[in-house]
Design a protein around this ligand. Structure first.
Ligand code: UD1
Length: 421
C-alpha cells in the first residue's frame, strides 16, 4: 500500500489545472448506456472511481475506450447483455447504484447488490427506491441484492423527495428520460453535477427542464441518441487547492474552474481573509494577512458542500480563535477529526458540530486517510505541520484527486510517495 510523506510547506506559488468533476462524470457515464449509439465524453479524469465505473459498464455489455492521456472516453452500448451488477463492483463504489436508472430504462430490470455501508454514515437508498416504485417498479431486497422490475415499463409520475438527495435525483432523472409520460421531481437536488447530467441527457435527445432548481420536469421520449460532452470542472478539487493556499498563504492561479459552482466555498474563504480574484484565465487565490475563524454549516447546494467540510476543518485547526463547523448532510462525517487531533489539532465534537480552537502550527506524525475528503484534509493539515506527516491508505484520496502529489509539487510542496515494506 502506498503512502504520502508530506513536509511542512512554504507559501504556495504557481498554477494548477483543475480536472473534470468526478461526481459529474460518474452519472454521465451511466447515462451513456441509455442509447445504442456511441457517446464521447471529454475532460474525464483517470481516477480510480472512473475506471471502476467503466469496468462496470463493460461488464453490462458496453464497448468502452478510455484515452487517458486525452482524458476522453467513448462508450457504445449497442446491446446490454445483463441487468446484473456483480457484488465486487457494487461494493467498491456507491455510485454503482446509478446504473439502476439506465438499466430499468433499457432492460426494465436491474439487479444490484446493496451498496455497502460507508464510514461517513449509513447512506441508505430508500429515496431512489421510492422514486422507482412511484414509476411502476417493483423493488425487492433478496440476499443483499436489490431487484428492480418494471414489468410494464416505466411510467412518469410526480415524485417528492424527503431530502434533496443527489444520487436519487440522478437515478430518477436517468430512468425518467425513457419513461412513458412526464416525471416531476420535487425537492430535487440542485447541485452543478445534476445540471451537467441534464445537459448531457438533453444532447442525447432527452426533454428536461428545471435542473438547477428544486423542481425538475422530465418528459419521457421514445429513444435517445449518441452525444458528445465535456464534463464540468471539479469544484471539490478546486476548493481543496484554494483551501491549501488559505492554509499556507501564497498566490496560486487555478485554471479550468467555474466560479459560479464555488460560490459557497469562496464566500467562506473570503470571510477567513483569503483573496479571490476572477481573471480571464482562471481564479487567483492569495493570502497575505492573518486568517480569521469561521462558522459554517454544510447544506445541499447552493449551501456549503459537505465534500469540503473536512478540508475546512484543517483550515480552522490552524486559524487562531474558535471556529464552529456543523455537518447536516451526513450523520457521521467527522472521522478525520481524530486524525487531525493526532497532529495536535484542538477539536471537540458535540453531536453534529465540531468546535475547533485554532493553533499556529500542528505537528507531523503518522495518520490514516479514512475516506476521500478526510484524506485530502490530512494533506492540507500536513502543509502546516512541523516536520513530516506520513499519510497511509492514500487509495481513498486517489478515488477523487488526479495526481494530487504532482499538482502540489508544482506549487512548491515537498510531497513524495512511498510503498509500505
Ligand atoms: C453525492 C456525492 C457525494 C456527496 C453527496 C452530498 C456522488 C458520486 N457522490 O453522494 O460526494 O458527498 O452527494 O453532496 O455524486 N439519503 C437517504 N436516502 C437515500 C439517499 C440519500 O437518506 O435514498 C441521505 C444520505 O444518507 C445522506 C443524504 O441523504 O445523509 C445525502 O445523500 P446524497 O445526496 O444521496 O449523496 P450521494 O448521492 O450518495
Amino acid at each position: 500500500m502506498e503512502k504520502f510523506i508530506v513536509k511542512q510547506a512554504q507559501p504556495l506559488h504557481g498554477n494548477v489545472k483543475i480536472s473534470g468533476a468526478k461526481n459529474a462524470v460518474l452519472p454521465i457515464l451511466t447515462a451513456s448506456i441509455l442509447t445504442q449509439e456511441r457517446c464521447e465524453i471529454a475532460n474525464v479524469p483517470p481516477l480510480r472511481d472512473v475506471k471502476e465505473m467503466l469496468g462496470l459498464l463493460e461488464g453490462l455489455g458496453a464497448a468502452v475506450k478510455f484515452d487517458e492521456a486525452a482524458e476522453c472516453v467513448q462508450v457504445e452500448a449497442k446491446q446490454l447483455n445483463t441487468c446484473e451488477v456483480p457484488q465486487t463492483q457494487a461494493a467498491k463504489m456507491r455510485a454503482s447504484f446509478l446504473s439502476a436508472g439506465p438499466l430499468l430504462a433499457r432492460l426494465r430490470m436491474a439487479k444490484i447488490p446493496m451498496p455497502g455501508g460507508c464510514p461517513i454514515g449509513s447512506r441508505p437508498i430508500d429515496l431512489h427506491l421510492k422514486g422507482f416504485s412511484a414509476m411502476g417498479v417493483v423493488c425487492r431486497l433478496e440476499h443483499g441484492t436489490v431487484e428492480l422490475i418494471a414489468k410494464n415499463g416505466l411510467k412518469g409520475k410526480n415524485i417528492y423527495l424527503d431530502f434533496p438527495s443527489v444520487g436519487a435525483t440522478e437515478n430518477i432523472m436517468l430512468a425518467a428520460t425513457l419513461a412513458k409520460g412526464t416525471t416531476v421531481i420535487e425537492n430535487a437536488a440542485a447541485e452543478p453535477e445534476i445540471v451537467d447530467l441534464a445537459n448531457f441527457l438533453r444532447k442525447m435527445g432527452a426533454e428536461i427542464t428545471g435542473d438547477g432548481t428544486d423542481t425538475i420536469e422530465i418528459c419521457g421520449v421514445k429513444q435517445l441518441h449518441g452525444a458528445t460532452h465535456c464534463v464540468i470542472p471539479d469544484r471539490m478539487e478546486a476548493g481543496t487547492f484554494m483551501t491549501a493556499v488559505a492554509i499556507t498563504g501564497g498566490d496560486v492561479l487555478l485554471t479550468n474552474v467555474c466560479e459560479e459552482h464555488l460560490k459557497p466555498v469562496i464566500a467562506k474563504l473570503a470571510e477567513s481573509n483569503v483573496k479571490i480574484e476572477h481573471l480571464p484565465e482562471g481564479l487567483r487565490v492569495s493570502r497575505k494577512g492573518k486568517l480569521r475563524p469561521i462558522q459554517l454549516k454544510t447544506m445541499p447546494f447552493p449551501g456549503f458542500p459537505t465534500d469540503m467540510q473536512a478540508q475546512f476543518m484543517s483550515l480552522a485547526a490552524v486559524t487562531k480563535g474558535t471556529s464552529v463547523i456543523t455537518e447536516t448532510v451526513f450523520e457521521n462525517r467527522f472521522l478525520h477529526a481524530g486524525e487531525l487531533q493526532r497532529m495536535g489539532a484542538d477539536i471537540k465534537i458535540d453531536s453534529r458540530s465540531a468546535i475547533i480552537e485554532g493553533k499556529e502550527e500542528l505537528t507531523g506524525t503518522q495518520v490514516r486517510a479514512t475516506d476521500l475528503r478526510a484524506g485530502a484534509a490530512l494533506i492540507l493539515s500536513a502543509l502546516a505541520a512541523k516536520g513530516e506527516t506520513e499519510i497511509s491508505d492514500i487509495y481513498h484520496i486517489e478515488r477523487g484527486y488526479h495526481h494530487i502529489d504532482e499538482k502540489l509539487r508544482a506549487l512548491g510542496v515537498d510531497i513524495r510517495r512511498t510503498k509500505d515494506l
